[in-house]
Design a protein around this ligand. Sequence first.
Ligand code: SAM
Length: 289
Amino acid sequence: MGKSGNRIQLADNLLALRKMKTESVELIYIDPPFNTGRKQNRPQLRTIRDENGDRTGFGGRRYRTERVTGEGAGAGYLDQFDDFLGFLRPRMVEAYRILTPTGSLFFHIDYREVHYCKVMLDEIFSTEGAMSGRDCFQNEIIWAYDYGARSKKKWPAKHDNILWYTKDPKRYTFHLDECDRIPYMAPGLVGAVKAARGKTPTDVWWHTIVSPTGKEKTGYATQKPLGVLERIVKVHTSPGETVLDFFAGSGTAGEAAAKNGRKFVLVDESAEAVKIMKRRLAAYLPKKS
Ligand SMILES: C[S@@+](CC[C@H](N)C(=O)[O-])C[C@H]1O[C@@H](n2cnc3c(N)ncnc32)[C@H](O)[C@@H]1O
């Protein structure tokens, strides 16, 4: 597999996305940060019903987005969500434009925000009168792990949510045969041949976090496991296709793509992240980068 086409970019992803070609990427995986304390640096936005607004929401209703100022600015929980969605929305609109007609989006998020993000994505994946974004939603994958402190006051939350959307509800890549197989829970019930082969996973994926002492660790705090990303890349793209991650961090999506003969485009605004990615993916980058 050639190295040309593989790219790591230090940039605010909105600017980077705006320069990317329409319908040029088969798979987008992102794992955006939430509530990182950068909220103060971004304008807070809220969405208001307005017949003359520049956005169309459910049922064709029009909305406008405005900056929160004065007393309301910075106060309360809802404003934080407005700010987060206000930050994400233009990036997701660009992501939708960049996806090929049979492309997939994987959106990795926390259980406290997933429902807000899902409503936003349903709306973005709705095309003018043609199809409902709800039909483009394919799965909510639960990545379950078991690590760290366990609450004694409620069930310990040990999962992330990964929303899978396809641009076309019916035409998309799904190479289930390429998926790694997992052990049966009761191998004695299925016979020796099946037990030895294992089964394909459901929408609940058990996978350990990146071990703080293992060789996969890059030192980037929010690094996601390569195993989770390889499963996504192998099942949802074909060799030679392109994987884009515009909240790339340590470049896990890039390594999953390159190891499996796919191209990668990785964007992050952090110089530290780019340094780590360039080291991690040096073998797959063209000379001049
Ligand atoms: C949760 S981390 C991603 C971790 C990644 N999935 C991995 O396995 O290492 C989110 C990343 O988004 C980046 N980020 C946040 N806002 C950004 C923006 N506007 N443009 C580009 N990158 C951004 C952060 O620098 C951070 O590296």
